[in-house]
Ligand binder design. Sequence first.
Ligand code: FES
Length: 145
Amino acid sequence: MYSEKVMDHFQNPRNVGEIENASGVGTVGNAKCGDIMRMYLDIDENGVIQDCKFKTFGCGAAVATSSMATELVKGKTIQEALLVTNKAVMEALDGLPAVKVHCSLLAEEAIHAALWDYAEKHGVKIEGLEKPKNDISEGEEEEDY
Ligand code: FES
């Protein structure tokens, strides 16, 4: 059911924890399953993500996708990090079962929420970033999974 990469990132998640005095912190949840994700970003003066950590109260797929997402955004600029979508994360993990696709949205939205927090704290505008939802299950019905 799960790829080897998903199992690896679930069993040995990378970048778990928190960053003290993080540049941006984002927390999102999915009210339908009750899972919660918090993402911490350390962004340097050139807008490069030096470090990324996460904490989750979530299912295995949420852990694996967040772990992979943190690996993918590290070392990237803010604009490049916006291209790390849940689809990109799923591809990097060799796919997820269809019923678990929504779990990968937690990581993407938590990164966006952390970037939003960074932008607000630093008085900058990030082109292409929309205000993230606190609850990603809002409006989910309209989406096609
Ligand atoms: Fe909630 Fe996976 S079941 S994030």
